[in-house]
Structures are given as C-alpha cells and as structure tokens.
Write a protein that binds this ligand. Structure first.
Ligand code: FAD
Length: 295
C-alpha cells in the first residue's frame, strides 16, 4: 500500500466565542494560548451567535490579539445594527483597536428589522465596508445549502455576489461528509466562484449538542456517525476517542483532496481542536529547502 505524499503549505485557523464567567473565561484563555502554537493563520471571535448579543466580541477580539499575537478577526453580523451609522461606528472602534479583519455575516434578523442594516445584501454591505477601509473580509458559504436559500443555485449566486464585492475568502458552515464539500466545491467553480473556500470543521465535543447545532443550520449528520456515538452511551472516554478519530480522518481526507486551509470551530476547547489542527498539518510534507550548491 503506498503512502500519499502531499506537498504544499497547510494553513489553519480557529474560531472562539466570547466567554462569560471566570471558568469559561479561563477555558478560552487556555485554548487561545495552546492553539496559537499551531502557527495559526488567524483566529476569529463570533458575534452574537445563538442570540448571545454582541457583548464581549470587541473585548475578546482585542484581548486575544494582544495576548496571542495571532491576527484576530471579528465576526460582524449586519442584523445586529439598526442603522449604518452604528455599524460603521463599531467598525471604526475595531479599526482603531488594530483589528483589520472581519467575517461579515447577515446574522439572525431581529423582529421588525430587515436584518441587513439597510443594505440590499451582505455583498452590498461588503462593498461599502471595503470602500471605507482596507479590511480583509471573509464571508460564509454553505456546502449543504443555507436552510433559507431559495435554491442551491441561488445560494451560489449569493456567494458569487460576495466574491464580486471583494470578499477575500469564504469559510464554510461545518459538514460531516466530505463528499458534500467536494461536490459543493465543484458546483461553486462551475458557477464562477473562484474565491478560496475554507472548510469549517466542527469537532464533536458533545454529540447531542453538535447534532442539535447541525439540525439548526441544515448540516446532515450521517447515520453511521449517529450510530457510532449512540454506542458510546455514557462512556465519555469512548466518545472522546471516537470524536478524535473522526476529526483526524476528516481533515486528513480533506488534505488528500486538495484542501490547503481549514478553519476549526474550537468551541473554546483545546483537545479536539488541537487533534484536528495537528492531523491536518501532519498530512503535508514540508517542502524541502533546495540544497545549497557546492561552490
Ligand atoms: P447571506 O450571504 O445573506 O445568505 C446566505 C444564504 O442564506 C443565501 O442563500 C440567502 O438567500 C439565505 N438566507 C439567509 N438568511 C436569509 C433570510 N433571512 N431570508 C432569505 N434568505 C436568507 N451568526 C451569528 O449570529 N454570529 C456569528 O458570529 C456567526 N458566524 C458564522 C460564521 C460562519 C463561518 C458561518 C458559516 C456562519 C456564521 N453565522 C453566524 C451564521 C450566519 O449569520 C447565518 O447562517 C445567516 O443566516 C446567514 O448569514 P450569511 O452572511 O451567509 O447570509
């Protein structure tokens, strides 16, 4: 059996969410310290995800940037802002604090608002924000199609519009079946999307919790995976072993299929995120430096 040699330079990044309370804050700090050792391309901090409000996104972004020295990215959801003035005031405060990168998102619309801060689309807002300052802006993409998309083709049209507005890369929603990502990548290319598509990887820190996230965002959980975790019962060690093996196999397969960058949803934990980052990087063979010529 041959060993596959993959050359190239793997790039890895992670996502954190703002922590509240001493124990959770300590866990986030520990994760940020531990994961920076993987030479992160960037780290991101979510914004108001799961209805948690904006609290902490700015503070954690600036703090993590300082203590880790890793380029730090603030997620910004248009739905949070009622008026463009408040959106741009928030962006100014990030810029003044030295943050130069955003993940720009629609977010969940609050009742009675258009959810797009007066813009026609995320792409429209992106163009205006790029026009204001030289931001590096990532956007979201959906290998299994966003649950509210009119169609899979329309979802790609929305992504292409974000590309045309100047998006720098797209980070995907998590998925468990790599074949869904590869099919998406092919469809995206056929639809004219040439933007870098960075797969979002969700380690299964807690099967029931992650399955419920997956249900909410339209990501399929393969039956084999459900059955395998069901067999773990309350055996947490077995659960962790299975989660580790699964995420290692997932990222190794991505590397073998031409993926050079992954983004890991860390859930503010070190263990499984570190397993994913380590396995992905290990799949690549360092390019040997050319030998110096004998003079
Ligand atoms: P768009 O680009 O506007 O839409 C993507 C697709 O969904 C399009 O097909 C669009 O038509 C369809 N769609 C979405 N919402 C609607 C709607 N209301 N009506 C009609 N069509 C709709 N959320 C947070 O709150 N905070 C975060 O920090 C956060 N981070 C994320 C990071 C990543 C990498 C990803 C993949 C998602 C994240 N989200 C976050 C979730 C995101 O806000 C939602 O998925 C949102 O519904 C769509 O955002 P978008 O920017 O992709 O929207």
């Amino acid at each position: 059996m041959g060993v596959q040699i993959i050359s190239g330079t793997p790039r890895v990044s992670v996502e954190y969410f703002p922590a509240k309370g001493v124990v959770k804050e300590r866990a986030l700090m520990t994760a940020a310290h531990a994961l920076r050792r993987f030479g992160l391309d960037f780290q991101t901090v979510t914004f108001g995800a799961g209805g948690t409000g904006v609290d902490g996104a700015f503070e954690w972004c600036t703090q993590l940037a300082q203590i880790t020295d890793v380029p730090t990215v603030c997620h910004v959801t248009l739905s949070h802002f009622e008026r463009r003035e408040s959106l741009f005031a928030f962006l100014d405060s990030l810029w003044n604090a030295g943050i130069r990168r955003l993940v720009l998102l629609r977010g969940d619309a609050a009742e009675g608002r258009d959810g797009l801060c007066g813009y026609a689309s995320v792409a429209d807002a992106l163009a205006a924000i790029k026009n204001q300052q030289c931001w590096d802006i990532s956007v979201a993409a959906y290998p299994e199609t966003h649950p509210l998309a009119q169609s899979a083709d329309d979802d790609l049209y929305v992504l292409r519009a974000k590309q045309e507005a100047g998006a720098d890369r797209a980070i995907t929603q998590f998925f468990f079946n790599n074949a869904d990502f590869y099919a998406f990548r092919d469809r995206a290319l056929r639809a004219g999307v040439t933007l870098a598509l960075v797969p979002g990887i969700m380690p299964i820190t807690n099967f029931d919790r992650i399955a419920s996230f997956a249900h909410a965002c339209g990501a399929k959980v393969p039956v084999e995976l459900q059955e395998a975790f069901a067999q773990c019962g309350n055996d947490t060690e077995r659960h962790s072993d299975l989660a580790r093996l699964y995420v290692q196999a997932q990222v190794t397969d991505l590397a073998a299929n031409g993926v050079e960058a992954i983004h890991v949803y860390s859930m503010n934990r070190v263990d499984l995120a570190a397993d994913a980052l380590r396995a992905f990087k290990a799949a690549f063979v360092e390019q040997a430096a050319p030998l110096a010529r004998a003079g």
